[in-house]
Design a protein around this ligand. Structure first.
Ligand code: ARG
Length: 583
């Protein structure tokens, strides 16, 4: 199936054809500068931009271009000092609706096909519960995985679990000394919850008891030396944590699976060789007994250089060494075109140093792109750090429970004919979707306030609002007589301005997905879907569908409804939200 050309591309081609006839060869291939416009469907200011180089007054050049624009699918008028206002014909727009509907990709191309992308996201630490701090990486990473994958790249998901380090020696030692702690009871969620508490207890003992510190240290040595009994406990910690994380991932409806787990421990065998390579290349140097990489542009508040410590004074490796090994593995073994690290903005400096080190070592070369995709924090009411009433971090599972209860109140407020399990399913989809959408729709780099009442609101830019918009249009489609939906579109039917606005928006689906992929900003897709839902409401207000004036118009409007429903559902799916048929 050939790609459906967006009408914007058609407008570009039309102007480009006129440019070829009017401008000298060195200017005729330039971008025709066609953009959506308030005054017409599109506007081109190419005459203004090229006038000087063409040696002609802008308005005169615009007039010459205009004279070459035959009135076809796209017609033009002159305006202002040299703008070309472009209008797409009614017939072309109806034809466009038919073409997009016939395309299972809804007119979206596959510009990334033939490439491979690693997305590193979620990455919680084992033996701890998922908390609010893990929400953003998991949800943003999932949306990027979906959008990029839809645009054709082969996505390799990597869940870089924090499953290695001296803290596990401490925890294992504590568990060994407290067999009565009984963390092995209950399901994975309860067991990890118990471990989370024991971890804190272990930390307290560690801070208070020097003898325990020494026993914990020996345990770390045992773990790193591969002592079988110690490893067995460690493996159990990993297994139960992975299982508990997966339960939350499934509930959230993200694509992560246990197969995507490539934790820090997976890179342990390569640390010696990675660091040796850095030393050999002169990238890492000894400083104060540690091995460090220094950077010209990275200094602390006192102006002294801040190094990336690849091997500590005591000979141990930390987070930086693991990330270097992981990056080298991804570049050399996975042979990727692009690597995204969806991690909290507070780790920016860490990634800046890791990427620069990889570049100096010669592992990272153009045109491979390695990007830290930072995000702001989730805040509590009033913009304070998000804590429970007793001051502890909020568990992700509790947060989801609360959102589902919020959705229950919001959905129950509205008249609906659902009941029983069907209603429960919709409430879950609305509640979980509300949390994800609130996160995705706020600008990625900023902090946002977690506010359940606002996120389950049926008004405004919320997931629930979009899910309702989708269910409402589905209802209309279900009521339509079968033959009205099956007939071909009538391109000679008149087109209402509200229909025009909706069709032009639908036409921009491909462009907004490309923007999300380029800027790595899912909120652009949220904004787009919100505009689409509003344009749909305007369309209902102006154009009766089932009671349209003629049978031909009814067929066209039903097709427009169907294309909008499918675009909304696909857009929500790419954000990781469900779109129930009924609400
Ligand atoms: N486990 C880390 C943390 O909780 C996040 C890991 C992110 N990924 C990475 N390759 N460093 O801070």
């Amino acid at each position: 199936m050939t790609e459906v050309l967006a009408v914007m591309s058609l407008a570009e081609e039309t102007v480009a054809a006129a440019m070829a006839r009017v401008l000298p060869p060195e200017l005729s291939e330039r971008d025709p500068l066609v953009r959506p416009s308030e005054h017409a469907d599109f506007q081109s200011n190419v005459a203004l931009s090229l006038a000087k180089q063409a040696g002609r007054p802008p308005r005169e050049l615009a007039r010459a271009l205009h004279a070459e624009l035959a009135d076809g699918a796209v017609s033009a008028t002159l305006s202002g000092p040299g703008f070309l206002n472009l209008r797409v014909s009614d017939a072309q727009l109806w034809t466009q609706v038919g073409a997009r509907l016939a395309d299972h990709r809804l007119g979206v191309g596959e510009p990334l096909s033939g490439t491979r992308t690693v997305v590193d996201y979620s990455a919680p630490g084992i033996a701890k519960e998922l908390h609010v701090g893990h929400l953003r990486s998991t949800v943003i990473g999932d949306a990027l995985v979906r959008v990029l994958g839809f645009l054709g790249t082969e996505v390799v998901r990597q869940n870089h679990l924090g499953d290695w380090g001296t803290q596990f020696g401490m925890l294992i030692q504590y568990l060994e000394e407290h067999p009565e702690a009984g963390w092995q009871q209950g399901g994975p969620g309860e067991r990890v919850s118990a471990l989370d508490g024991l971890y804190r207890a272990a930390r307290q003992k560690f801070d208070a008891d020097p003898e325990f510190v020494e026993r914990a240290r020996l345990r770390v040595v045992a773990l790193q030396a591969g002592d079988e009994a110690t490893l067995a406990v460690w493996r159990e910690l990993v297994a139960v944590s992975t299982h508990a994380f997966q339960q939350v991932y499934d509930r959230l409806g993200v694509l992560l699976t246990p197969e995507d787990v490539v934790g820090e421990s997976a890179f342990n065998p390569f640390l010696d060789e990675v660091v040796a390579e850095l030393v050999e290349a002169g990238v890492a140097v000894e400083s104060d007994g540690a091995l460090c990489v220094f950077f010209e542009d990275v200094t602390g508040p006192d102006g002294a250089p801040v190094p990336l410590i690849v091997r500590k004074k005591d000979g141990g490796y930390g987070y930086p060494a693991t990330d270097l090994a992981a990056l080298r593995y991804r570049l050399q073994k996975l042979r990727v075109d692009r690597i995204l690290y969806v991690v909290d903005a507070r780790q920016s400096l860490h990634f800046q140093m890791v990427f620069a080190t990889a570049r100096r070592a010669g592992w990272l070369t153009d045109p491979v792109e390695v990007v830290h995709v930072p995000f702001g924090m989730v805040m509590g009411p009033g913009g304070t750090p998000f804590k429970t009433r007793s001051g502890t971090t909020v568990r992700l599972a509790d947060l989801l429970d609360a959102a589902v209860e919020g959705a229950r109140r919001a959905v129950a407020d509205k008249p609906h004919e659902l009941g029983g399990e069907a209603l429960e399913t919709v409430i879950r989809a609305a509640g979980i979707g509300a949390v994800k959408y609130a996160d995705l729709s706020s600008s990625r780099a900023k902090n946002y306030v977690f506010d359940i009442e606002q996120m389950v609101s049926l008004q405004g830019n919320t997931g629930v609002y979009l899910q309702y918009a989708h269910a409402r249009v589905r209802r209309i489609l279900d009521k339509a007589p079968a033959q009205a939906s099956a007939s071909p579109l009538d391109p000679t039917a008149p087109l209402h301005p509200a229909e025009r606005a909706l069709i032009l928006l639908l036409d921009g689906f491909d462009a907004v997905l490309r923007e999300v992929a380029a800027e790595l900003e899912p909120h652009r897709l949220c904004g787009y879907l919100f505009s689409l839902a509003k344009a749909l409401t305007d369309f209902y207000g102006a154009c009766p569908v089932l009671k349209a004036e003629t049978a031909g118009l009814r067929t066209n409007r039903l097709a427009l409804c169907r294309l909008t429903a499918q675009t909304l559902a696909k857009g929500l799916d790419l954000l990781g939200l469900q779109s129930p048929e009924r609400m």
